[in-house]
Design a protein around this ligand. Sequence first.
Ligand code: 5GP
Ligand code: ZN
Length: 115
Amino acid sequence: MDNCIFCKIVKKELPSEIVYESDNVIAFRDVAPVAPNHILVIPKEHVESLSDLDDEKRKNFLPEIFGSINELVSKENLMEDGYRVVTNCGKDGGQTVGHLHFHLLGGRGMQWPPG
Ligand code: 5GP
Ligand code: ZN
């Protein structure tokens, strides 16, 4: 997608601090972190949100996305104190970038329910 900022990050046309990369998945630090550890994990292929995954994409992406999150949790030392994984879908979900992404948040205590 030509105008998608996350596709530009995938193609390295926009700079980002990449913390994980494979053929299908990339993870980078959020430019405006809301927690001491704030990483975005995305499929390299442009998919708008969780609602737009078909069966094949679901099987291709989700196991690796969650596997990479497990790796990052270890690397960032979040196992002991805990962390949160969030994906915002659409307007009511608060999604602002239309390329599927999972927020990995840690390094501080968090509230529930979110606002
Ligand atoms: P959403 O609100 O869609 O769930 O989350 C989008 C996230 O992308 C936000 O936390 C925002 O700070 C982050 N973000 C937006 N533009 C950029 C960018 O150019 N680089 C990086 N690293 N993060 C971005
Ligand atoms: Zn995209």
